[in-house]
Design a protein around this ligand. Sequence first.
Ligand code: BGC
Length: 366
Amino acid sequence: MKKIISLVLSATLVMTALIGCGGANSDGEPQAEGVESKDIIVGVSMPTKSLQRWNQDGANMEVSLKAKGYKVDLQFAENEVETQVNQIENMITKGAKVLVVGSIDGGALSSVLEDAKAEGIKVIAYDRLIMNTDAVNYYATFDNFSVGVIQGEYIEEKLGLKDGAGPFNIEIATGPLDDNNVVYFYGGAMSILQPYIDNGQLVVKSGQTTREQCATPNWDEKEAQSRMDNIITANYTSDKLDAVLCSNDSVSLGVQSSLKSVGFGTADKPMPILTGQDANIANVKAIVAGDQSMSVFKDTRALSEKVVEMVDSIANQKEPEVNDTETYNNGTYVVPSYLLKPEFVDGSNYKSLLIDSGYYTEDQLK
Ligand code: BGC
């Protein structure tokens, strides 16, 4: 009996030594509460540096993970699927224990993630779902359907559609077909707008209403601009345009350039209602200048904090906290997800939401 007790005690001591200590490790580096994180490599694979948000996402993840004592391998893939696959392969070779992946093409990673799974590596899909594989373990994102609903409701309210106003002309510009989020952004917005298209209060003169027709490859600003150039030339040389549903800020900037090039943005020809998403600095400036009506703020600090919590749980062999186990079927299974809440931002609330919260300084928005 004595022997058993002493065995249990020494096991407990070892466990405590292994997982019980927060504070600093022997190198004086900060260390996670409850985990020996010093030797754990976390691979963070971000899609591109070309958009403000992913730089913030990557930087936030790196700082928070390092503060908890993890080693971080942060890579950006410049929107090239092959680069992302190679970078993830490298992370696996280097011995990463957890991968955090903001995918470029959510359907193109099954094979490399099979390798990760074979090595016992846990994978967290960051912001965008990874499709058609069970090698992705968790998903952390904002409620993407709700992003679209916020945009749609903004247009509904500003045009007075609930009161029966109209008809108004509207066009739709969404994101690429390989980003699963677009299904939800577009779907959420159309859940509000489609009934008004059906009853004639909203008219899409281009006739382009499906997700395929309204896609913007790679979320590219220039692609959005040239598509809108064509739509305007064909439909709006004399007719007014009242609103453009833009699924994110880069698309919105492209649409704005197109509109301005044909004289929108003057007293005679005011900018239509224009939505966005991300509250990027250039777009908040456009909101202040009156060129863009609103954006959807997704606090990247909160998302990275949540993902760091997930990494910590995994490292401690605990189940990460999730709050949605129904929505995100990736074609293979419903991936346990944590959804954060997006918020609308426009000229009326950007100061409190973005400056008072410390997300941006006043100078950044000048
Ligand atoms: C993200 C958006 C972002 C877009 C373009 C989407 O998957 O959820 O926040 O604007 O990609 O990078």
